[in-house]
Design a protein around this ligand. Structure first.
Ligand SMILES: [Zn+2]
Length: 511
């Protein structure tokens, strides 16, 4: 034998069934290096391989793409305290006390508390948290990510900034430690400055490994200066992870993103969120006053999409209320008038969330090839006739929110995401939520699986990844059973995750 690079390993996977993502008769996938080289029914027809993996009972799908994630925050929460099961202020405090007894992390990060259905709907105050974890900095995000609880020292710092927006106060006027929106953002920024590099790196590794364990092969990391830092976005972009991570950066002039090799916009806020009544809606709110409007002028949004289109790259904006969606769509139409429809379509721009579109928005987005980047779990959690959206806008508007079928029938490409930590990364739950839309605007299981696995590839211009066909990149997930078998209620378990041909999760994992 003479020298030279060894040929990349050739592997054969034999299972009970393969979704390509459409159902197929195939039971065998062979890949070499990072490319699929053979897909078929009978292993004896397959080309010879170096490694044969046989998983009876298992089924294969294309790897999932979570097209909207705040991944470092996700990892910090996974490494910290999950408060989702807490049913009272005392339980939150107990979890904190138990955590600090065994872990030195400072600041202490937790998230997921939701007081709205507690017997006494009041979270613990800063003094109670401080007593349970003396001297430690604490950041406990509410489930929606729009408010948080903090320790006494952080509260003192935030109050000392003398902006009173979002600071909850008791009957005597003293701040409780519950901070909303802008005040929560200031607290979060202070806590982030205290997080050491090794802690952030651990959080990134935790989040990426967690995603790989769920059959996710690619994450769209939505960097945003209000939620994380440019250094964090760059760390994701330059690191090596068990899932592919594609980074967006939310700056309105797009130049920062382009300079740093990140994709422009993404979770670039044109408005706020429904939970905090900051989404820009023309009809107003039924249960209180609107607390926000559009964050940018029309011409700023046009300029943003002009810059992206000139750079021939897809830009993204966050638009939840109908007024924000109108601003985004009208801006894109203006750019099409200036640069041509073909140039705009070629970019595959994206609008995040698009929860409250008007009639016609889906059709206008489809005409410009704009991707609807949606979170089906939002409808499952807050839609329906009696949920949060009904409280905010009435039953009819709530049932019309997140109309996945309108996007699909207009020919508007759909990509699914979790917006983790807002909802957990849970790709099968997203598929189910999209099918079982609570207002009757669901799509078929096949459409939902495609949006969850191929949609994120389309928007990222990854035209050689997604469907499990010869020549495509080998990115796939293997499940313990047929995920669409009738009568199953739990999500299937991911046995193997393959990213660019490497097994990054499961028993046959590459070292
Ligand atoms: Zn967003």
């Amino acid at each position: 034998m003479t020298g030279g690079a060894a040929a990349p390993l050739r592997r054969r996977l034999t299972v009970d069934g393969v979704y390509l993502p459409q159902p197929s008769a195939a039971q065998v996938v062979v890949w070499q290096g990072d490319r699929i080289m053979w897909v078929g029914e009978d292993p004896s027809d397959a080309p010879p391989v170096d490694v044969a993996i046989r998983l009876p009972g298992a089924w294969v799908t294309p790897g999932f793409v979570d097209a909207h994630v705040h991944a470092t925050a996700t990892g910090l929460t996974l490494d910290g305290i999950d408060l989702g099961a807490a049913r009272s202020a005392d339980e939150v405090v107990t979890r904190l006390r138990d955590f600090v007894a065994v872990c030195d992390d400072d600041p202490v990060i937790g998230s997921g508390w939701d007081e709205h259905d507690w017997r006494v709907p009041q979270p613990p105050d800063a003094a109670a948290l401080g007593a349970a974890a003396p001297g430690r900095r604490i950041l406990f995000d509410r489930v929606d990510g729009h408010s948080c609880l903090v320790d006494p020292a952080t509260l003192h710092d935030v109050v000392a900034q003398r902006a009173d927006d979002g600071i909850d106060r008791d009957a005597q006027g003293a701040p409780t430690g519950w901070l909303r929106e802008a005040a929560a953002g200031r607290a979060r920024a202070r806590i982030w400055r205290l997080l050491r590099g090794d802690r952030l790196d651990r959080a990134r590794r935790t989040a990426a490994a967690h995603a790989a364990g769920l059959g996710i092969t690619s994450l769209h990391e939505m960097g945003n200066p209000a939620l994380s830092t440019l250094a964090d976005a760059r760390a994701w972009a330059s690191g090596s992870w068990p899932v592919e991570v594609l980074g967006w950066w939310a700056d309105i002039d797009a130049t920062g993103a382009l300079q740093h090799g990140l994709r422009p916009g993404g979770d670039l806020f044109l408005d706020g969120a429904i939970g905090s009544r900051t989404a820009a809606v023309t009809g107003g709110y039924r249960d209180g006053e609107a607390l926000g409007g559009l964050f940018h002028t029309d011409s700023q949004v046009v300029d943003f999409f002009v810059r992206c289109t000139r750079a021939r790259i897809g830009g993204g904006v966050h638009a939840i209320g109908d007024a924000a969606i109108e601003q985004a769509v009208a801006a894109l139409e203006r750019v099409a008038a200036l640069a041509g429809v073909t140039a705009v379509r070629a970019c595959r721009h994206r609008i995040e969330h698009v929860e409250l579109p008007r009639a016609g928005h889906a059709r206008r987005m489809a005409a410009l090839g704009v991707v609807a980047s949606v979170q089906p779990a939002f409808d499952a959690l807050w839609g329906g006739p009696h949920g949060l959206y009904a409280q905010r806008f009435g039953r009819t508007a709530a049932l019309e929110s997140n109309p996945f079928d309108a996007f699909a029938s207009a020919g508007c490409p759909l990509a699914f995401g979790s917006d983790s930590t807002v909802t957990p990364m849970a790709p099968w739950s997203g598929v189910v939520a999209a099918v079982e839309h609570r207002g009757g605007h669901g799509i078929t299981p096949a459409q939902a699986l495609a949006a969850a696995t191929l949609g994120g590839r389309y928007v990222a211009h990854q035209d050689d990844v997604g469907p499990l066909v010869v020549g495509h990149r080998a990115d796939l997930a293997v499940w313990d059973r047929d995920p669409f078998r009738a009568g199953e209620h739990d999500d299937p378990t991911c046995l193997l995750t393959v990213v660019e041909g490497r097994i990054t999760h499961g028993s046959h994992q590459d070292s």
